[in-house]
Each structure stands twice: as structure tokens, then as C-alpha cells.
Design a protein around this ligand. Structure first.
Ligand code: PNS
Length: 163
């Protein structure tokens, strides 16, 4: 059985992420969307909120599940006995960072390969950081994220503003 991990910060998950999930779900027997927890980085959504929202987003695909991990991605992939890491590529500007990450992960273990999937044209401008900025500045982010992600963002903004 081919098991692939789709890791990311997913802060917040976007329609572009979901597009990659859909593509990967057709390529592998099982896909684990894995939220990477970095305690030294401040985030808009808590890890729990990200996991819960992603669980609702991936509900249509029976071969997709959601998990979280801390520490090295490669250790997580090996512990889950996954042979593949999936990452989405939007534009050539993503390439340097992604190439470096794939190389480091391969250096750490030859047992796991990284596979890149090109995102859909209409999501090529989308990123979690753009959604965060639009949301924090009061813009309309609802068309940029899957419906289950809208409320957690609104809740996080409300909690931050104290209302
Ligand atoms: O969505 P992101 O922010 O690009 O996801 C990055 C993530 C979580 C996949 C990456 O930061 C990661 O793998 N973190 C775990 C720590 C690690 O393994 N670092 C070495 C790989 S370069």
C-alpha cells in the first residue's frame, strides 16, 4: 500500500492546499495531511483548530486522514512508514525552498521521496500568508479558503481583537 504524507503549516488551509489533497488522493492509496507544529513560530490558528478544519475538508475522500507532528518531518514519515512526501508547487518562486527541503529530507533518509504536484492555475497566487494578511486587515478571505476554515479564522480574529 502506498502511504504518502502531505505536510505543511496549513495556517490556515487554503483552496490551493485542498486542490493538492484532491490530486494526491488519486495517486496514493492513503494520504495523511500532517500539520507541522512549530512551537517557536506564532500562528493564527491553533494546531487543534487546523486539524479539526482539515478533517472536515477531507471528509469527502475516504483515503485521506489528518494528523499533526512536531520535530523532524522525516522522522514522522519514517515512524508512519510512509514512502512519499507530497508538496505543492505554485510557481518557480517556490522551487528554491522546496528543493532545499527535499534535498535535506533525502539526506536524512533515502527511504522517503518527495513528490511535487503543480497547483491549479486559479490557485497559483494563493498562500496561507496572503490569506492571513487579507483576514487580519479586514478583507474578504472567504473565497480563498474551504468553507470549514472560515469560522476558525473568524474566531481567531475575534479572539485577537478581544470581542
Ligand atoms: O506549509 P509550510 O510552512 O511550507 O510547511 C513547512 C513544513 C511544516 C513542511 C516544514 O517546516 C517542516 O518539514 N517542518 C518540520 C521540521 C523539519 O523536518 N525540518 C527539516 C526539513 S527542511
Amino acid at each position: 500500500m502506498s502511504l504518502a504524507i502531505y505536510p505543511g503549516s496549513f495556517d490556515p488551509p487554503t483552496l490551493g492546499h485542498l486542490d493538492v489533497v484532491e490530486r494526491a488522493s488519486r495517486l496514493f492509496d492513503h494520504l495523511v495531511v500532517a500539520v507541522g507544529v512549530n512551537s517557536s513560530k506564532s500562528s493564527m490558528l491553533t494546531c487543534d483548530a487546523r486539524v479539526r478544519a482539515l478533517e472536515q475538508c477531507v471528509a469527502p475522500w475516504p483515503n485521506v486522514s489528518v494528523d499533526s507532528f512536531s520535530g523532524l518531518l522525516i522522522d514522522y514519515a519514517l515512524a508512519r512508514e510512509a514512502g512519499i512526501i507530497v508538496r505543492g508547487l505554485r510557481a518557480t518562486s517556490d522551487f528554491d525552498y522546496e528543493f532545499q527541503m527535499a534535498m535535506v529530507n533525502r539526506r536524512l533518509s533515502e527511504q522517503v521521496d518527495t513528490v511535487f504536484l503543480m497547483t491549479r492555475w486559479e490557485y497559483s497566487y494563493l498562500s496561507s500568508s496572503i490569506v492571513r494578511e487579507v483576514a487580519q486587515l479586514g478583507g474578504n478571505y472567504s473565497e480563498m479558503v474551504p468553507p470549514p476554515v472560515r469560522k476558525p479564522i473568524a474566531d481567531a480574529l475575534r479572539a485577537r481583537s478581544g470581542y
